[in-house]
Write a protein that binds this ligand. Structure first.
Ligand code: UDP
Ligand code: MG
Length: 318
């Protein structure tokens, strides 16, 4: 029977949480009384994640697995899950139970009222470091000040989308994906439910600082040209002020006895300006690098194997 709901769960080295996550999700989804599928995406885990899911799938016909050939990243894993999901509504949820599965029922209720995207807004975050909470807070405010797309603040990828929205998402092929931004960008009737983000059930975060920075840059560069504009404004402001300054120096030289001594000021100004120029080059580089990624035309992800999907017949593939 075709699933009415698809739950997509990205997994990277989550062997400690899978069984528990599966049980909680199963309980919640059984409560809906309608057919559903749990689409686990194994994002190139180095532990037993894939093997454990296979075992679970042997005993639970609702469980499916998409197994990546290597680690492609959280956002790509979500994308693959959405690509494969067959349900009329698709829910994306983290594997570590930081997003309480029970909230899915509230999302479904909103969806039944006719909303096509229901995202979950975090009221509070438990068990996360002050550093993570602060950086996240600053980042979401910064991003929304920079973009014209209305991306809700304090909202992760925990959300429900209608299959219509999933269809549109499948056509967005960009590589440096900021999925929550894309879902806002596509529009449709959107609503939110609120929840308290729990502590990770077990294991540790798979988002070290390096990944967080990359993720933040993807978010900003995908939805804003502001950094480039700021670079040119800065260049413009600096040129005007140096022109005025040079004019003043020239007048001093011509009409007063005051001569400017010392090379320290020259070196200082030089360093400052070179620093600014390099920074701006870096900003431009972030954009060019992403253009380069897009132009290569490689697939978003590579699947080693799937479990729970029958092989499509030739005439079905098109
Ligand atoms: N994840 C993934 N690929 C990655 C990193 C993370 O699929 O390269 C998954 C991870 O297994 C989890 C979700 O993305 O289900 C969110 O990651 P995590 O909980 O570590 O992030 P945090 O909640 O600390 O921001
Ligand atoms: Mg987490």
């Amino acid at each position: 029977m075709k699933a009415r709901y698809s739950v997509v769960i990205p997994m990277y080295n989550e062997e400690q949480v899978i069984s528990h996550t599966h049980q909680r999700l199963k309980q919640v989804m059984d409560n809906t009384g309608e057919p559903y599928e749990l689409v686990f995406v194994n994002d190139g885990s180095r532990d037993r994640t894939a093997a454990i899911i296979q075992d679970i799938a042997d005993n639970d016909p609702n469980v499916k697995l998409i197994d990546f050939s290597r680690n492609f990243g959280h956002q790509i894993a979500i994308t693959a899950g959405m690509d494969y999901a067959e349900g009329d509504a698709v829910v994306v949820i983290d594997a570590d139970l930081q997003d309480p599965p029970e909230v899915i029922l509230e999302m479904i209720a909103k969806w039944k009222q006719g909303y096509e995207v229901v995202y979950a807004k975090r009221l509070k975050r438990h068990g996360e470091t002050l550093f993570k909470k602060t950086t996240a807070k600053v980042f979401y405010r910064l991003l929304s000040s920079m973009t014209s797309v209305d991306i809700p603040t304090d909202t992760g990828d925990f959300r429900l989308i209608d299959s219509k929205v999933a269809d549109v998402m499948r056509d967005l092929k960009e590589k440096n994906r900021y999925v929550r931004g894309l879902v806002s960008w596509v529009g449709f009737r959107q609503a939110s439910v609120e929840y308290v983000r729990e502590e990770r059930f077990a294991g540790e975060t798979k988002y070290p600082l390096k990944k967080m920075i990359r993720f933040a840059l993807d978010g900003i560069t995908s939805f804003s040209h502001k950094p480039l504009k700021i670079a040119s404004y800065l260049g413009f402001a600096l040129s005007i002020s140096s022109f005025i300054y040079l004019f003043v120096v020239l007048m001093q030289r011509l009409f007063t006895d005051h001569t400017v001594p010392g090379w320290a000021s020259i070196v200082g100004v030089n360093l400052l300006f070179n620093g600014i120029v390099l920074m701006i080059l870096g900003v431009i580089g972030e954009y060019i690098g992403r253009i380069y990624d897009e132009s290569k035309g490689r697939p978003l992800y590579i699947v080693r194997q799937t479990v729970g999907y029958r092989k499509l017949k030739a005439e079905e593939i098109e």
